[in-house]
Write a protein that binds this ligand. Structure first.
Ligand SMILES: [Zn+2]
Ligand SMILES: [Zn+2]
Length: 246
């Protein structure tokens, strides 16, 4: 078994997120990721998986692999990243979000929510208010991500807004998150010093890019046999010599 090192930015938004630039389209994202030397990108729009397939198709058989995901907002307004290898799992996650997310988007106030194809053509607009909170608790989100076979990562724990620490002040006992993500704002040492509790979890860093130039601003490298969420999970657990390099 030969282990390969993959450079990954696991948390990118597309033009489907109202707060992301409209230029965050599938082909443009893939080209920028390639330019930055990334092997893997994670596509995690707010409360929606509906642009993942287009980014996957934009990659084709190219050198960048896509891990499909979503950044779910809990009822406590905590952001949790969900990453999946299987199309069916993304679909199940989307169905769960759809019945727990209410309200209609106001594009003038929050921004447009563009659905695209792999050629960067706009094929529709999402009407749901993706920026809102779902009616799912943090525990329910994490539990269901695992039920659907995915990885649950607490988003930007070092940020005040929309993070586990910022909203709740702590990581709830028994919450089985697979990793804590540190944003571009702080170093890992700074974050471990200010939030000692995160030392109990594997750490990842990702850009949370909403603009093309931010893609790959921070990233991780991990070793594994293939560029997928399952191998990332094994690396987070240090299985069979695999590791995450920050
Ligand atoms: Zn977030
Ligand atoms: Zn985000």
């Amino acid at each position: 078994m030969k282990l390969v090192t993959f450079r990954a930015d696991l948390h990118l938004h597309t033009c489907l997120s109202p707060c992301a630039d409209n230029e965050m389209m599938p082909k443009a994202i893939v080209n920028e990721a390639r330019r930055k030397g990334l092997d893997i990108i994670g596509i995690c729009d707010h409360n929606s998986t509906r642009n993942v397939a287009a980014v996957r198709r934009a990659c084709g058989d190219g050198e960048v692999a896509v891990i499909g995901g979503v950044e779910v907002c809990s009822e406590e307004e905590v952001h949790i990243l969900a990453l999946f290898d299987e199309e069916e799992s993304l679909h199940q996650m989307q169905q769960l979000i759809d019945v727990n997310l209410h309200g209609e988007n106001n594009p003038e106030y929050f921004g447009e929510q563009l659905l695209c194809n792999e050629c960067d053509d706009i094929i529709g607009f999402e009407d749901r208010m993706l920026i809102g909170a779902t009616e799912l608790t943090v525990e329910e989100i994490v539990e269901n991500i695992h039920r659907f076979g995915g990885l649950a990562i607490a988003s930007h724990v070092d940020r005040e807004a929309f993070s586990l620490i910022g909203q709740l002040g702590f990581v709830p006992d028994g919450l089985e998150i697979d990793a804590c993500e540190i944003s571009t704002l702080h170093s890992i040492t700074e974050s471990r010093d200010s939030i000692p509790q995160i030392s109990n979890y594997p750490i990842v860093r990702s850009s949370d890019a909403h603009r093309l130039e931010d893609i790959g601003r921070v990233s991780i490298a991990f070793t594994g046999t293939s560029p997928c969420a399952e191998e990332l999970s094994r690396a987070l657990h240090g299985e069979n010599g695999r590791e995450v390099v920050l």
